[in-house]
Design a protein around this ligand. Structure first.
Ligand SMILES: Cc1cc2nc3c(=O)[nH]c(=O)nc-3n(C[C@H](O)[C@H](O)[C@H](O)COP(=O)(O)O)c2cc1C
Length: 223
């Protein structure tokens, strides 16, 4: 009986001890996390405060994956949300030779362009690209890559000392493209990007707006 009481008392002390250790470990982790996000916020705020911001994007209308025939592209919807939120100018990348409206035909053209490492020509250009410090860079995922026309844009512009903030839409919430931008937008600093499922832009844009706001807040941009 006495042994049983001793074992119960010891078990209770052990539980209190383990819980206390767990709590303090969690607290240290929380404190570390908040210190990290404070630093990140400070850094990015310093890098965007009072600077000129441009949202550059490519987006396609017509028949698309999961959404039927659309008159406003998925990436365009995200691009416009960002521009409104941060008060940026926008530039839409338009191909000289438009892509087919038909989804399947478009996938074939895009595949051929990727295989040929093509550089499709762009209509017009950004006025005074050199004046911008921060470039949001948006595109759909095409064949697990950026559309080739994004490479045309990167190769035609001087990104030295600019901050590039990428975003993409696709068939999932997955982001792609950071390494490619680091390689082709030479001399820029590329921040972490946002991936949004295209279908959600058409069917539930409010939920996309919330994700965009959260992402921008995490980067220390917007309010
Ligand atoms: C040519 C083409 C290729 C695509 N390839 C992929 C792909 O590899 N992976 C994926 O998740 N979605 C892929 N998609 C779906 C698009 O990424 C998705 O529908 C996107 O939101 C379209 O954006 P937009 O309306 O701004 O053009 C592809 C769509 C097209 C038209």
């Amino acid at each position: 009986m006495r042994n049983k009481f001793l074992i119960a008392a010891l078990s209770f002390i052990m539980i209190i001890f383990v819980t206390a250790c767990g709590n303090s470990a969690q607290k240290v982790e929380q404190e570390n996390n908040s210190a990290q996000s404070a630093t990140k916020t400070d850094d990015t705020t310093k890098s965007t405060a009072g600077k000129k911001i441009l949202v550059v994007y490519f987006s396609r209308t017509g028949e698309n994956y999961e959404v039927g025939n659309i008159s406003r592209g998925n990436t365009q919807i995200v691009a416009e949300m960002i521009a409104t939120k941060v008060g940026a100018d926008t530039f839409e990348i338009k191909p000289v030779k438009p892509y087919p409206e038909n989804y399947k035909e478009c996938t074939e053209v895009a595949k051929a362009e990727k295989e040929a490492d093509a550089r499709p020509a762009i209509v017009g250009d950004v006025e005074n690209f050199d004046d911008y410090d921060v470039i949001f860079f948006g595109y759909p995922n095409w064949w697990s890559d950026m559309p080739m026309i994004m490479y045309t844009f990167m190769e035609n512009h001087n990104f030295k000392d600019k901050t590039v903030i990428p975003f993409c839409t696709s068939s999932s919430e997955y982001f792609i493209g950071k390494e490619e931008i680091q390689q082709y937008a030479k001399g820029s600093t590329v921040l972490d990007g946002l991936g949004i499922r295209g279908k959600r832009c058409q069917e539930n844009p409010e939920s996309v707006r919330q994700d965009v706001d959260k992402w921008l807040a995490g980067l220390g941009i917007g309010n």
